[in-house]
Write a protein that binds this ligand. Structure first.
Ligand SMILES: [Zn+2]
Length: 583
């Protein structure tokens, strides 16, 4: 395997997990921590302290991301695991500093805060500082919030950890070559994408049997996570959607408009599902058929890495020469790790190094179209980071619903080019199917998750729900979201989908659909406007310092509560479905 397929971590800190320069860097962060703590406790100038604290956060991020890369490239690296533990303790101290700083901000009068921002030249950080100040004020008094946070370790996050343990222990039996073997949930899940319906059905049914046996334990976990959350919200006087809206800097009105337009357009996507069932030779799709590939005699030819990178650069070039240049640099400087070898963590990610102002990409490139699109997606993330480095750290923190703007954009540039160039009808149909399948996930699957969570949280206010009731709510949500189009649903989805059990953020669903449609809107605008490059870069640079509504207004000149904005994004997708229906 050629060297160009491995990243160069040594340019960050030489010597891997035993690096001397990294050790020195950690010691330097510890000194910064002590300094920031001291100035927060003394009467030091808060304007200066904010800048020191901001820089400290950047240093910690750099260190944490480096260790993350060490762990990803070699899951057995025990030194890296030790470093991770050390950094976690440092991070806890940093969080303590952040809380203290927020309280200082909250204590200022509105008038003084305005004066403070201007006097210290912090206007480009104003959005984030105002947000932090408001968030503290919307919470209970510091002593009570501290108590909630302390109790959350065992009483809240502990449940989420228990979920990970339980799901990690699950063994799903399947028959292979006449023998029974046991699969992890991850392995069984992969079988749901098999071309063989028997394989999909077996994995689905046997996992459901396991979920059924363990339903009471999993129901406890989900009920307690939601119960803790709702109790904290009740004390603060919050609705359960307040926090997810706030995290995503998005209004309820925007979200309801988006879902309404999606619902009005579901019909043609339902026709796609019916047509796909026909192509698969079945009466009606079941839950386990939704990710089934269309099979054909000849698989799409693999694209070698060098040809893949050239394809990406060439197509980026037509949209944005700066994006193409950036990508060339990323390949030349070997910021990308794609080698196919054992001992590597699965999946892909892009991680940033804010001090060095570089991003690294980690994935495994196998030459399929999917991995080509993933590579473009991750480069999109890296480009977003590259653009946002022009901003101060406090103006770089973009929310989850905008985090995918550049990545999905980059992916669209490459996947749409691949689709446009594909002349072979069989390959073209496969690409189209992949594209529509993705839309189905965002419009139907994620919608079902959202509907389920709203119904569940509403009912959970009155007490715990039985596993049977959870299944009933889930099936109702899926029937509604899929417009009664499936033969069989997945009532135990509340167990199998990890996202319902996250405690870091709640309602980990609608930001995906929003992000997908928003970046599609950016892509459509780029298609129409020849000189869109600078406008695109300006939009990315602003993702960390305004609400989604303001960003759309400023850079796309649209209102997110206007249904025609969403309709304009869905219309071209409907054309794809129409083409698919002719096959
Ligand atoms: Zn992404």
């Amino acid at each position: 395997m050629s060297e160009i397929q491995k990243w160069q971590l040594d340019t960050l800190f030489e010597g891997g997990s035993a690096s001397k320069s990294f050790r020195d860097f950690l010691e330097q962060i510890k000194v910064s921590l002590v300094d920031v703590k001291k100035s927060l406790e003394s009467s030091a100038d808060l304007g200066d302290t904010i800048l020191h604290w901001e820089h400290l956060g950047t240093e910690l991020e750099e260190a944490e991301h480096y260790v993350g890369c060490l762990m990803a490239q070699d899951v057995q690296d025990s030194y890296a695991q030790q470093l991770e533990g050390e950094l976690a303790m440092m991070h806890a101290e940093y969080t303590h500093c952040s809380d203290q700083l927020d309280r200082h901000l909250a204590e200022m009068s509105d008038h003084y805060f305005q004066h403070f921002i201007h006097f210290h030249n912090l206007t480009d950080r104003e959005f984030r500082l105002t947000e932090r100040r408001r968030r503290v004020k919307e919470k209970l008094n510091p002593a009570l919030e501290k108590l909630i946070e302390d109790l959350a370790v065992d009483g809240y996050h502990g449940w989420s950890q228990l979920y990970s343990t339980l799901i990690g222990q699950v063994e799903i039996p399947v028959i292979e070559n006449g023998q029974e073997i046991k699969l992890s949930w991850g392995q069984a899940y992969n079988r749901l994408g098999s071309a063989d319906r028997k394989v999909r059905k077996e994995a689905f049914e046997n996992s459901n049997r396991v979920w059924h046996e363990q339903r009471h334990s999993f129901a406890h976990v989900l009920n307690h996570i939601a119960g803790f959350r709702l109790k904290a919200y009740e004390h603060r006087g919050w609705h359960f959607l307040k926090e997810p809206f706030d995290y995503n800097r998005l209004s309820d009105k925007t979200l309801q408009t988006m879902w309404k337009v999606i619902e009005e357009n579901k019909d043609i996507f339902c026709q796609y599902m019916q047509h796909k069932a026909k192509l698969l030779g079945i009466e009606k799709l079941s839950w386990y058929d939704l990710e089934a590939p269309l099979t054909g005699e000849k698989p799409v030819q693999a694209l070698p890495y060098e040809a893949g990178t050239k394809f990406i650069i060439d197509h980026f070039q037509s949209f944005s020469p700066q994006m193409a240049d950036f990508t060339r640099t990323a390949f030349e400087k070997r910021w990308i790790e794609v080698e196919d070898r054992p001992g590597k963590r699965p999946g892909g990610f892009c991680t940033n190094f804010p001090l060095k102002k570089e991003s690294l990409i980690f994935m495994t490139y196998s030459g399929t179209r999917e991995t080509l699109f993933t590579l473009a997606h991750e480069i999109g993330h890296a480009f977003h980071n590259h653009v946002i480095y022009s901003q101060p750290p406090l103006a770089r923190e973009f929310p989850m619903n905008l985090a995918e703007t550049a990545s999905i954009f980059a992916e669209l540039v490459v996947s749409e080019a691949a689709l446009k160039l594909e002349k072979d009808p069989h390959n073209r149909l496969q690409l189209l199917d992949g594209k529509i399948q993705r839309a189905i996930v965002f419009f139907f699957n994620i919608h079902a998750r959202y509907l389920f969570e709203v119904a569940f949280y509403e009912e959970r206010k009155k007490g715990s729900l039985s596993p049977e009731r959870l299944c009933q709510l889930m099936e109702e949500a899926q029937q509604k979201a899929y417009c009664n189009n499936l033969e069989e649903y997945h009532p135990y989805f509340w167990i199998s989908k990890m996202h319902f059990h996250f405690t870091g953020v709640s309602f980990y669903n609608f930001p995906y659909t929003f992000g997908y449609l928003f970046s599609s809107a950016v892509y459509l605008k780029a298609l129409k406007e020849k000189d869109f490059e600078q406008a695109y870069i300006d939009l990315l640079a602003d993702t960390g310092k305004m609400t989604a509504e303001d960003l759309a207004k400023k850079h796309l000149q649209v209102s997110l509560d206007d249904p025609s904005f969403w309709q304009g994004i869905i219309d071209p997708l409907k054309d794809d479905v129409k083409e698919f229906l002719k096959s």
